[in-house]
Design a binder for this molecule. Sequence first.
Ligand code: XMP
Length: 225
Amino acid sequence: MHRLPVILALDPFTSGDPLEWVGGIVDETRDLVSGYKIGLLLALRLLEKGYSLRDLAGKLSGVELVVVDFKLADIPDIVASVIDILGGHGYGKFIVHPFTGGLRELVERGVDPGDLILVASMSHRGSTEFIDKHWRDFVELALDIGVWGVVIGANKPGIIAGARRLIDERGGGVKILSPGVGAQGAEPSTAIKSGGDYEIIGRMVTGSSNPRGKLLELAEAYQGG
Ligand code: XMP
């Protein structure tokens, strides 16, 4: 079976051992998914238990696509340094917020644009207050800088389709990553049908008593799409 266009969000909501939790899920699912997303919740749970970034990197070794989702939104000096540290541990793609401005400076400071993913629209309702008003600007910026991807919530099919058109018109290879499937309400494969490349799924799979079985169940939705 081909890998599903799914990036599994590794957010441990349980209070057990987070490293064992990650190791178990990755071992069970690595041949089925396109990659994994790690974030602040996992990092804090690991720190609480005395684990290091190196321990986590060990569990993810050999995984081609690891998205680091700290939603960085700081001055370029800080963002570039954070990316430098994480890159040193072998992590590859970093989600950053473009609303701060100054992302070109990151590239001038040596950050590889191919390692960046920009948030263009979020899946929560409040995204319409500010971020969604600028999704087009953010996708244009992504194309101008040549970043790897943009994040657009799966529950925003109109924005996904608009971004796809823009990316295709400009012949860019920017990927569209869409969270919001399952626990946040969107049906699996909706974002892909609108022109997305990957769906980011967390609790629907990781909260299941059988994550592998859940992914195999989802495979039908993607094959049908
Ligand atoms: P669930 O469990 O809801 O997990 O499937 C979703 C994951 O995706 C993250 N998330 C977002 N990340 N823009 C982002 O960059 C968004 O709009 C967005 N919505 C959800 C969330 O942190 C979790 O890891």
